[in-house]
Design a protein around this ligand. Structure first.
Ligand code: PLP
Length: 663
C-alpha cells in the first residue's frame, strides 16, 4: 500500500500528469494487502487470519491448520434461522487464552526462581454470561482459576457454580452491606475459599461483627489505594483518587483493629487494582513494586499475609500499534507475568519475607479476543454517487443558457488537475456557496441547485483522488476523506452491543469478513439503526493509525455484506442498554470438532420484542388485546375487512415474537 508521496505544489509523477487519478491500492489486490490494511496480525494475537478465498477466519488454538471461516459460519447460521447481528463466542480460543495465562505465570515463576504459586481469578463483571462462566469454571477446575466478584449477585453466582471445587479462590470485592457479608460467612461455612476484601473502614466493623455472630473465621483481604497513578482512559479514577481501597493510614488501622478483635490471623491477602487497560508496563512495574512494599511492611507488623493480589488492568492491543496510546499496550502477556513475578520476588527477598501466592484479576485480556460481533450492512449513503458520465449527460440535456454559477461549478469540475487542485477546490466551494445564496432568495431553481451539488461532490472526489497520497496535505483538504466518505447503515445498536465505542470512544478492530481478496475502494463511517446520532462509529484501526473512516468494498446489490467487530468479549454485552428497544443480539458459541469442522455448541436467542417490552413493564398480551379491540372497531366502522384484521393481528403477533433487529 505504501504509495509514492507527492506534494500539492510539486509536479506529481505517474498518472496525475494526465489528470487521471491513482488507484487507492493498485490495480491488483491480494489477501496480504487486506491483512496489512486492517492490521490483522498486529491486534489479532495470532487468533485471526484471512483465507485464500478472502474470508476472515478465526484460529482459536493458534494452529493454522484448524481455522473457522467466519463467513461460512454466518451463512451456516442464516441457514439455521440465526440472523445477524450475532455475537459469536469461540470457547476453544478462550481455553487457549486461559492456558496461556497460567503457562506465562508458570514460566515466569520457573525462570525467576520464585518460590510461591500463581492463582488466577476471573472477574465475573467483565462478561457474566452463563456460558462463559461455565467454561471458565470447567477449565479453571483443571488449571486452578477462581473467580473475582464485585457484588452480592456475583457472589451468589460464583457460589452456585463452584460447589464441587470449593478449594478455588473467590475474591469478594465491591461495596459490602450486611447481607453481602452474611453471604460471605455462609460460603465460608460451606467450605469455599472466599476472601472478603475490605474496601473501606465501615466494612471492617461489619465483618468483625458478622464473624462473631456466625462463628466463622473468614479469610480477609485489604484493598489499598496505591500512590502510583495509572495511565490511559481510566487513569482519572486510579491512584489516590480510586473509588475503592484504604489509604495507608486506613490499612494500618485495619491491621490494628483486627488484632484487637483477635482476628489478625484472618488477614491473608493484600489487594490493589491499578485501573483497567494499563497501556504502559512501567506503570505495572511501579505499582506492583509499591504493593509489594506495603505487603512486606504489613508482614513485618505481624499480618500473616499469604496472597498478594495485583488486581486487573492487563491491557490489550485493540489498535495493534504496540504503543502506550489509550487502546494499545507496549507489552505482552509474557512480559506482564515476568514483571509481576520478578517485582514481588525482589521486594520480598530484600526483606526476607516468604514469597506469597500471586493472584491476578485480569479480565479484559482473558476474554476480549474470544467474541466477535458480526452484522450486515443495510444500506449505504454515498455523497458522490454520480459518475462523470451521468453528470455530463445531465448537462447535455439541459439545452438552455446555464446560470453563471452553474457554469462556474462546471469549470471547476472540468479543470481539476494536480497543478491546480486547490484552486479547483476553492472554485467548487465558491460556486456551491453562491448557489445556496441564490437559491434562498429565489434566483436559482431547485434542479440547478441539485446539479451544482452533484458537480460539487464529483469535483471533491477528483480532488481527493489526486491528493490521497500527498504529504503534507493542505489543511483545507484534510477533512475531505471524511466528508466524502460513505455512510453505512448497519444492523446493530452501538448502545446495546458496543457501549464503550459510544461511552469512552474505544477503538475496536472492525473489518469486512468477505471479499478480502478484492481492493476495498470505498471509505465509510458506520451508523447503527437507533435514532440517536451518537449511534455511530468513526474510529477505525488501519495500517497507518486510527482513522476516521473504514475501508470497505463497493456494495453489490444482491450480495449481503457483513462486517465484524473484533475483540468484543470484555465489558460490551453486559454494559449494553435498550436504546430504542433494541435488545440483546443473538449469541452462539462455535467450536471445532475432532475433525477440525466447526459446530454450534451453544445458542442463546437474542431478545424478542415481547421480552424487551416486558423488561420495561409492558404486558405484551395486553398490547395484543388492545390491537385486537382496535381492529374490531375498524371492521365495524367499515375501514377494514375481517380478513385484513386477521392479517394485521397475525403480523402484530409475529412482530412481538420477532427479533428486535432487522430480519
Ligand atoms: N478487579 C477489579 C477490582 C476491577 O475493578 C476490575 C475492573 O475494573 C478488574 C479486576 C478487571 O480489570 P481488567 O478487565 O482491566 O483486567
Amino acid at each position: 500500500m505504501a504509495a509514492e508521496k507527492k506534494t500539492v505544489a510539486g509536479k506529481a509523477s505517474t498518472a496525475s500528469d494526465t489528470g487521471s487519478v491513482p488507484d487507492i491500492g493498485g490495480a491488483t489486490w491480494s489477501v496480504p494487502q487486506s491483512a496489512d490494511l486492517y492490521r490483522v496480525e498486529d491486534w489479532g494475537e495470532g487468533y485471526f487470519s484471512i483465507t485464500d478465498g478472502g474470508h476472515l477466519s478465526v484460529v482459536p488454538r493458534r494452529d493454522d491448520s484448524l481455522t473457522i471461516d467466519l463467513h461460512e459460519v454466518i451463512v451456516g447460521l442464516a441457514e439455521r434461522g440465526i440472523n445477524t447481528p450475532v455475537t459469536i463466542g469461540f470457547p476453544d480460543l478462550l481455553e487457549h487464552r486461559m492456558r496461556e495465562f497460567t503457562d506465562s505465570f508458570r514460566n515466569a515463576i520457573e525462570e525467576t526462581g520464585y518460590r510461591g504459586a500463581y492463582a488466577g481469578v476471573y472477574p465475573i463483571k467483565v462478561n457474566q454470561h452463563r456460558h462463559l462462566i461455565r467454561q471458565v469454571e470447567r477449565l479453571g477446575r483443571e488449571i486452578g482459576f477462581g473467580f473475582e466478584v464485585g457484588s452480592k449477585p456475583e457472589l451468589l453466582a460464583a457460589m452456585g457454580v463452584t460447589g464441587d471445587t470449593p478449594d478455588r479462590l473467590i475474591i469478594c470485592n465491591g461495596f459490602k452491606e450486611e447481607r453481602y457479608v452474611q453471604h460471605i460467612m455462609l460460603a465460608t461455612k460451606l467450605g469455599r475459599r472466599v476472601v472478603a476484601v475490605i474496601e473501606s473502614a465501615h466494612e471492617l466493623d461489619l465483618l468483625i461483627e458478622q464473624a462473631h455472630v456466625s462463628g466463622v473465621r473468614p479469610m480477609i483481604g485489604i484493598r489499598i489505594k496505591l500512590q502510583t497513578p495509572s495511565v490511559g482512559r481510566w487513569s482519572a479514577t486510579t491512584g489516590i483518587k480510586a473509588k475503592f481501597g484504604l489509604d495507608i493510614p486506613g490499612a494500618l488501622d485495619a491491621v490494628k483493629r483486627l488484632g484487637e478483635a483477635e482476628m489478625l490471623d484472618c488477614l491473608q491477602l493484600l489487594h490493589c487494582h491499578m485501573g483497567s487497560q494499563i497501556s504502559d508496563i512501567s506503570i505495572i512495574n511501579k505499582g506492583v513494586g509499591e504493593l509489594a512494599r506495603v505487603f512486606v511492611e504489613l508482614c513485618r507488623l505481624g499480618a500473616p499475609l499469604r496472597f498478594i493480589d495485583v488486581g486487573g488492568g492487563l491491557g490489550v492491543d485493540y489498535e495493534g500499534s504496540q504503543s502506550t496510546s489509550d487502546f494499545s499496550v507496549n507489552y505482552g502477556l509474557g512480559e506482564y507475568a515476568t514483571t509481576v513475578v520478578y517485582r514481588i520476588m525482589s521486594v520480598c527477598d530484600e526483606h526476607g519475607i516468604p514469597h506469597p501466592t500471586i493472584v491476578t484479576e485480569a479480565g479484559r485480556a482473558l476474554v476480549c479476543h474470544h467474541s466477535v460481533l458480526v452484522f450486515d450492512v443495510l444500506a449505504v449513503n454515498r455523497p458522490d454517487r454520480w459518475t462523470d458520465d451521468e453528470i455530463q449527460s445531465a448537462l447535455n440535456t439541459a439545452q438552455r443558457t446555464l446560470p453563471r454559477v452553474l457554469e462556474d461549478a462546471i469549470e471547476a469540475w472540468r479543470t481539476v488537475a494536480p497543478n491546480r487542485v486547490l484552486e479547483a477546490f476553492h472554485d467548487a466551494e465558491q460556486a456551491r456557496d453562491e448557489a445556496a445564496t441564490l437559491f434562498n432568495v429565489g434566483n436559482l431553481s431547485l434542479a440547478d441547485r441539485a446539479l451544482i451539488d452533484q458537480i460539487y461532490w464529483s469535483t471533491c472526489r477528483k480532488v481527493l483522488e489526486i491528493t490521497r497520497d500527498v504529504d503534507p496535505l493542505p489543511e483545507e483538504l484534510q477533512d475531505l476523506e471524511v466528508t466524502l466518505s460513505d455512510t453505512c447503515f448497519c444492523n446493530l445498536s452501538i448502545f446495546q452491543s458496543l457501549p464503550d465505542a459510544w461511552a469512552v470512544d474505544q477503538v475496536f478492530p472492525i473489518m469486512p469478513i468477505q471479499r478480502l481478496d478484492e481492493e476495498p475502494t470505498r471509505r465509510a463511517t458506520l451508523v447503527d439503526i437507533t435514532c440517536d446520532s451518537d449511534g455511530r462509529i468513526d474510529r477505525f484501526v488501519d495500517n497507518i493509525d486510527v482513522s476516521p473512516v473504514l475501508a470497505i468494498h463497493e456494495q453489490q446489490p444482491t450480495v449481503r455484506y457483513y462486517l465484524a467487530i473484533l475483540m468484543v468479549g470484555a465489558y460490551q454485552e453486559t454494559l449494553g442498554d435498550l436504546h430504542n428497544l433494541f435488545g440483546d443480539a443473538n449469541l452462539v458459541h462455535v467450536q471445532l470438532d475432532d475433525e477440525g469442522n466447526w459446530f454450534i455448541s451453544d445458542e442463546v436467542d437474542g431478545d424478542t420484542v415481547s421480552e424487551v417490552l416486558s423488561y420495561l413493564e409492558y404486558d405484551p398480551r395486553e398490547l395484543y388485546r388492545n390491537i385486537r379491540k382496535d381492529c374490531e372497531r375498524s371492521v365495524r366502522a367499515g375501514n377494514m375487512t375481517a380478513a385484513e384484521s386477521r392479517e394485521l393481528l397475525a403480523a402484530y403477533d409475529r412482530g412481538l415474537n420477532g427479533y428486535t433487529y432487522l430480519e
